[in-house]
Design a protein. Structure first.
Length: 140
């Protein structure tokens, strides 16, 4: 079983000057598989949260024969991906479609998205927050 914690962070949320980053932490048997931080495009925290999921799925493609649990502290993103909540925002609809496009191409043994409180997502959160401290070119 692989457990992955994802988080997105956005400074100046909603503005043209927004600075977004993601943090990913993956573990198997308590051992780190990867920890990744990246700058991403996007002017809101919700967009950054979706990019965190998208990047996690891409990183996990080499583990598609495994059972995977992805944890996020974004209730909105988890509930939208799990089809529990409607998606009103056009950018979030687009990103949700990207998630499902990836899931059609990469069929995992099993994959579950779970919401967790922020307090249980400290490692991914710290990585995402550190990424948004610095200015530079985005790579998403």
């Amino acid at each position: 079983m692989i457990y992955v914690w994802v988080d997105g962070s956005c400074r100046c949320n909603g503005s043209k000057n927004a600075l977004s980053g993601i943090g990913l932490v993956a573990k198997r048997d308590g051992k780190n598989l990867f920890s990744i931080g990246r700058r991403v495009k996007g002017h809101t925290n919700n967009i950054a949260e979706y990019y965190a999921v998208i990047h996690a799925l891409k990183e996990l493609r080499i583990y598609k024969q495994e059972d995977i649990v992805i944890y996020s502290d974004s209730k909105l993103v988890v509930c939208q991906i799990n089809e529990n909540w409607n998606i009103i925002s056009k950018p979030l609809k687009y990103l949700n479609n990207v998630v499902y496009t990836i899931l059609k191409r990469i069929v995992f043994k099993s994959l579950v998205f779970k919401w967790i409180p922020r307090e249980l997502n400290k490692e991914a959160n710290k990585i995402a927050q550190n990424i948004t401290k610095y200015r530079g070119e985005s790579d998403a």
